[in-house]
Design a protein around this ligand. Structure first.
Ligand code: UDP
Length: 479
């Protein structure tokens, strides 16, 4: 018999800012289309999200034609700087703990809803929690995965896992990697897969998702067809892949822009930006995790002073158990009082969309890259690790919207103040700045078309919702 119960989707996120943001954007989008969405991650992340935003544990919010609920799971009391140094966990320990507690939670939620005759129809995860697909499969529930990096990087992991191309190795670390038509130098290969990576266990964790890639019925990517057609077409031969991005641009029900998952409260930057000249401000941010060496921060500070550009600089405080906070050179604030502003966290989408912003010095996380590219903002690339080094290559040499500034941290190179000054000026004034801006504006237009009604990403989201509804109806009928 047909059931009237709303289709219920459970979305499980790794507790990182760059993971929560795209999955939450997708959650709002699916809810707006009439689904009941429960969004979950660890309680530790939940605590930060509740403190910084207008969200509440277990409350249900109407979004468009559907509903969104946050439900944070107990995580065994992860240390977040409240203990002494001896209690500090490695990232590997942390990930193992997320898995133990997350698996228990997901199984329990599935059972509770089945018993209440309101079964969960689909479970969606992002790639650092690949075990979610296993739990879903154990319970016979369809799952999908939102890949939160580029399709090109997905292709690299897929090719590595299936040994489709030769990667640099311990024996031959300087080998170039041919990724379809793009040649990646050894230091542009997603660095968790490179023998020089200081974080090889993150490569191993991501590859777990490729081991069980037969479990999700669909892989969604926060990208769009017009941007990555080659990689999407290539992967479509092996994987049911749906580009649905840029998710932050997707039109969703009005009144949901304040449902956000920031881990820190944003400082007010918009009023200050309003006071600046159009296209005059350099925005600088290295995302939520990267912590630059102090020496590098000092060189950037002098580069800003010497170039005399206006700037908005996000200097995030380090983790409580991490390195000491950065120190800016003596006289920096006095020297830049009329020109610059330093904050701890910004409302980045609003900042990048602001007409006063000229360019973005970025660590090239995929979210930041997509946000800037599709808001028409040229970039100075300053990657640290992982997919960032690959994104930097694409932004500069393939999409034509960036100038190379920094190197991956594995290179252990410091970019000096003269180089910083030269690149800041090149990206803000003159013919190169104009060329980058024009290219970025073309991507902005293409992205707007992709998410507009009948656009490629909008179409994919609708098709995905239809799939879920079909699968959900089948499950309810069989219960
Ligand atoms: N972000 C923000 N304010 C900041 C810095 C970053 O809102 O001051 C957001 C940014 O818009 C993006 C996310 O945090 O959505 C960072 O994700 P990304 O993939 O760029 O980098 P990660 O933090 O994962 O390294």
């Amino acid at each position: 018999m047909e059931s009237e119960a709303p289709i219920h989707v459970l979305m499980v996120s790794y507790p990182g800012q760059g993971h929560v943001n795209p999955l939450l954007r997708l959650a709002k989008c699916l809810a707006a289309k009439g689904l009941f969405v429960t969004f979950t991650t660890t309680e530790l992340a939940g605590e930060h999200m509740r403190t910084a935003n207008n969200i509440t544990h277990k409350s249900v919010t109407p979004v468009g034609d559907g509903f969104l609920k946050f439900d944070f799971f107990e995580d065994g009391g992860m240390v977040d700087g409240d203990g002494d140094g001896s209690k500090k966990k490695t990232l590997s320990d942390f990930n193992a703990q997320v898995e133990v507690f997350g698996k228990q939670y997901v199984s329990q939620v599935i059972k509770e809803h089945a018993e209440a005759n309101q079964p969960i129809s689909c479970i969606i995860n992002n790639p650092f929690v690949p075990w979610v697909c296993d739990v879903a499969a154990e319970h016979g529930i369809p799952s999908a995965m939102l890949w939160v990096q580029s399709t090109a990087v997905f292709t690299a992991y897929y090719s590595y896992f299936h040994k489709l191309v030769t990667f640099p190795s311990h024996d031959d670390p300087y080998l170039d990697l041919q990724l379809l038509s793009v040649v990646l130098k050894y230091n542009e290969v997603p660095d968790f897969l490179h023998p020089f990576s200081p974080y090889p266990f993150l490569g191993t964790l991501i590859l777990e998702q490729f081991k069980n890639l037969s479990k999700p019925f669909c892989v969604l990517v926060d990208s769009f067809e017009e941007l990555e057609a080659d990689y999407i077409n290539y992967l479509s031969k092996f994987v049911h892949i749906r580009p649905v991005g840029p998710l932050f641009k997707t039109p969703i029900a009005t009144g949901t822009s304040d449902i956000r998952g920031d881990f820190m409260r944003s400082d007010d930057c918009i009023e200050w930006l309003n006071s600046r000249e159009p296209a005059s401000v350099v925005y600088i941010s290295f995302g939520s995790i990267v912590h630059l060496p102090q020496e590098q921060v000092t060189e950037i500070a002098y580069g800003l002073l010497d170039s005399n550009v206006s700037f908005l600089w996000v200097l995030k405080p380090p983790h409580k158990l991490g390195p000491p906070p950065h120190v800016l050179p003596d006289g920096f604030f006095e020297g830049t009082r009329d020109k610059g502003k330093v904050v701890q966290w910004s409302p980045q989408e609003e900042v990048l969309a602001h007409p006063s912003v000229a360019c973005f010095v970025t660590h090239c996380g995929w979210n930041s890259s997509m946000e800037a590219l599709t808001l028409g903002v040229p970039m100075l690339t300053f990657p640290a690790w992982g997919d960032q080094v690959t994104n930097a290559k694409f932004l500069t040499d393939v999409y034509g919207v960036g100038i190379k500034l920094g190197y991956g941290q594995a290179e252990k190179k410091v970019v000096n103040r003269d180089e910083v000054k030269k690149c800041l000026l090149e990206a803000t004034i003159g013919p190169k700045a104009e060329e980058l801006k024009q290219n970025a504006l073309r991507w902005k237009t293409a992205a707007e078309a992709a998410v507009a009604a009948n656009g490629s990403s909008a179409w994919n989201i609708d098709a995905f919702v239809k799939d879920i509804k079909k699968l959900g109806a089948v499950r309810v009928n069989h219960i």
